[in-house]
Write a protein of this length. Structure first.
Length: 465
C-alpha cells in the first residue's frame, strides 16, 4: 500500500472519530478544537523576549500531546518553563486536545503539514507517522546527545523500532504487572501468584458468583486480544518467534505463524477456561476502566495492568489490601508481554528543527524524564533513574525494576504493528475472540482465521522486521 493510501486511511480514521471537516490545522498558540493550550504566560512563566538561538529571531516551539490529562500537562508545562528559563529566546506552547480524539486531531494536523513541531508518538501510531514521512529522523541529534549512553536497552529498542531511522524518543514504558488482593489471598491461605496456572487456581478458589466475587479482571472488550497474545507467548517462549516486534510469526518460518502451533491451541483453551471459570460474565466487554474498577471496587481479586494503576490503587484502597508482583510466567518458563511505549517525535515540517530537537532532548534527559516518569507512573528510559529518585527502587514500583534484572525470564513481544494490515486486524480481532468465548465459533475456526489473516499479510507486504 502506498503513502497516498495510508494517508487516506488516516483521514478515514479522523472522520470515524468524529473529527470535524475543517482543513485548518490548529494555531500553534491555541488549543485544538475543544482542547487546551498552555504557554509560559498561562503558567506564570516568562513571556516573549525569545529569539532564535543562532539568528536572533523569535522562536515558538509547539508540542501537541495525545494521552492528555490535566495532571500530566502540568508536569510537561513545568519542564517547559524550566527550559524557557534557561533559553530566554524560546517559547514553548503545549496543545492538549481531549483524550478521546487526540490521535485523530494529531493525524489531521500532520496531514495538513503544519501546526506543531513535536507530537506525541505511540506504539500504535509510529508506523503510520513515519511511513507517511510526517515525523523526522532524529538519529543525528541522538548521536550528538551527551545522555545517549544512559538510555536503557528498552529505550534503544524503541528508538530504532522502525528500520532506517530514529523517529521518536520514548518518554516511558507501560509494562504490565500483576495486582492482587493480598487480603483475600490471606483469607484463603493462598500464596502470591507467580504463574498463569497460579492465577487460574487462585481464581477458582476465590470466585463466588453469589457474592459477586471473582478471581480475575478479564479484558474482553477493546484490545482484549492483547491479553490472549501474552498467554500464547508465555506458553511458547520468545525463542520461537521471528522477532520481538513481530511475534505472530515463527522464526525461520518464511511467514508461518504461531497460530499453527499445538502450544498456542493449548494456551487458547486456558484463556477460555480462565474467562469461563474465574471472571464476571460481563467482563467479555470490559475495557481498561472496567477491569481496573472491577479490581479496586472489590469485584475481582487479580488484575494485570500498567504501572499507572499504582496511583489508582493507592488512592482507592488500603495499603494492606493489595500487592503488586511480576507478570506471570507460562509453561515456557518465561513471562512475555508487550513493551508498550509512547514518546515524542519531531514533525518533518517544523521550521526550527535544531531548536525543536534541542527541547525534545531536554524533555528526554535523565533528570526530566525521571521526574516525568515518577509523576506519570511510567517506567523511565534512563538506567540511572533509581539513583536519581528512590521511588523507582523502593515500594510498589520496585517490582518493575526487579523484572528488568531478569531479562531471560521477563521478555517483551508485540503484535506486528509495522504491517499495514494491522489497521484492519485491530478492528476485527476482538469480535472474533468474543465469538470464541461465547461458543459461536470453535478454537480451530479462530486459529484458522488468525493464521490466514497474517499469512496473507506476509504475502502482501513481505518481511517487515
Amino acid at each position: 500500500m502506498k503513502k497516498k493510501q495510508l494517508a487516506a486511511m488516516a483521514l478515514a480514521a479522523v472522520m470515524l472519530t468524529g473529527c470535524g471537516g475543517g482543513s485548518a490545522a490548529p494555531d500553534a498558540t491555541k488549543a485544538a478544537d475543544g482542547g487546551a493550550a498552555t504557554t509560559a504566560a498561562d503558567a506564570g512563566g516568562k513571556e516573549g523576549g525569545s529569539q532564535k538561538a543562532a539568528s536572533g529571531e523569535a522562536v515558538t516551539i509547539t508540542l501537541e500531546e495525545s494521552l492528555t490529562s490535566p495532571e500530566r500537562t502540568a508536569v510537561l508545562r513545568e519542564i517547559a518553563d524550566k527550559y524557557q528559563a534557561e533559553h530566554s529566546n524560546i517559547t514553548i506552547d503545549i496543545i492538549s486536545p481531549p483524550l478521546e480524539n487526540a490521535d485523530a486531531k494529531i493525524t489531521q494536523m500532520l496531514m495538513n503539514g503544519s501546526g506543531a513541531d513535536i507530537v506525541e508518538v505511540r506504539d500504535s501510531t509510529v508506523t503510520q507517522y513515519a511511513t507517511n514521512e510526517w515525523i523526522a529522523d532524529l538519529q543525528k541529534y541522538i548521536d550528538a546527545w551527551d545522555e545517549k549512553d544512559t538510555l536503557t536497552e528498552s529505550a534503544d529498542e524503541v528508538i530504532h523500532y522502525l528500520k532506517g531511522g530514529a523517529y521518536l524518543i520514548p518518554y516511558g514504558f507501560y509494562q504490565r504487572g500483576l495486582f492482587y488482593r493480598a487480603d483475600w489471598f490471606e483469607e484463603k491461605g493462598l500464596d502470591q501468584p507467580e504463574t498463569w496456572q497460579d492465577i487460574y487456581d487462585a481464581g477458582l478458589a476465590i470466585t463466588d458468583p453469589a457474592n459477586s466475587r471473582f478471581g480475575y479482571s478479564f479484558r474482553g472488550g477493546p484490545s482484549g486480544y492483547q491479553y490472549a497474545d501474552t498467554i500464547y507467548w508465555s506458553w511458547i517462549g520468545t525463542d520461537k518467534v521471528a522477532d520481538p516486534n513481530a511475534a505472530y510469526f515463527l522464526k525461520d518460518g518464511d511467514g508461518a505463524t504461531i497460530f499453527t502451533l499445538p502450544e498456542v491451541k493449548e494456551a487458547l483453551h486456558f484463556y477460555k477456561d480462565l474467562f469461563k471459570n474465574t471472571c464476571p460474565t460481563d467482563s467479555i466487554a470490559w475495557g481498561f476502566s472496567e477491569m481496573v474498577q472491577g479490581f479496586v471496587g472489590g469485584t475481582t481479586a487479580m488484575l494485570i495492568q500498567d504501572p499507572e494503576v499504582i496511583a489508582t490503587c493507592s488512592a482507592d484502597m488500603q495499603d494492606d489490601q493489595w500487592a503488586l508482583v511480576p507478570f506471570p510466567k507460562g509453561p515456557s518458563g518465561q513471562a512475555v508481554f508487550p513493551n508498550g511505549f509512547a514518546g515524542w517525535g519531531m514533525t518533518s515540517f517544523t521550521e526550527h528543527p535544531d531548536e525543536t530537537a534541542d527541547f525534545l532532548l531536554y524533555l528526554s534527559n535523565s533528570e526530566n524524564n525521571t521526574y516525568f516518569a515518577k509523576n506519570y507512573s511510567t517506567i523511565p528510559i534512563h538506567n540511572n533513574a533509581a539513583e536519581k529518585d528512590t521511588y523507582f527502587s523502593e515500594g510498589r514500583f520496585a517490582m518493575y525494576m526487579d523484572m528488568a534484572k531478569e531479562p531471560d525470564v521477563y521478555r517483551h513481544a508485540a503484535y506486528p504493528q509495522m504491517y499495514e494490515a494491522f489497521a484492519t486486524y485491530k478492528t476485527e480481532v476482538d469480535t472474533m475472540y468474543q465469538k470464541y468465548l461465547t461458543d459461536e465459533i470453535t478454537d480451530d475456526e479462530l486459529l484458522q482465521w488468525l493464521d490466514e489473516f497474517w499469512t496473507q499479510a506476509y504475502k502482501d507486504e513481505g518481511q517487515k522486521w
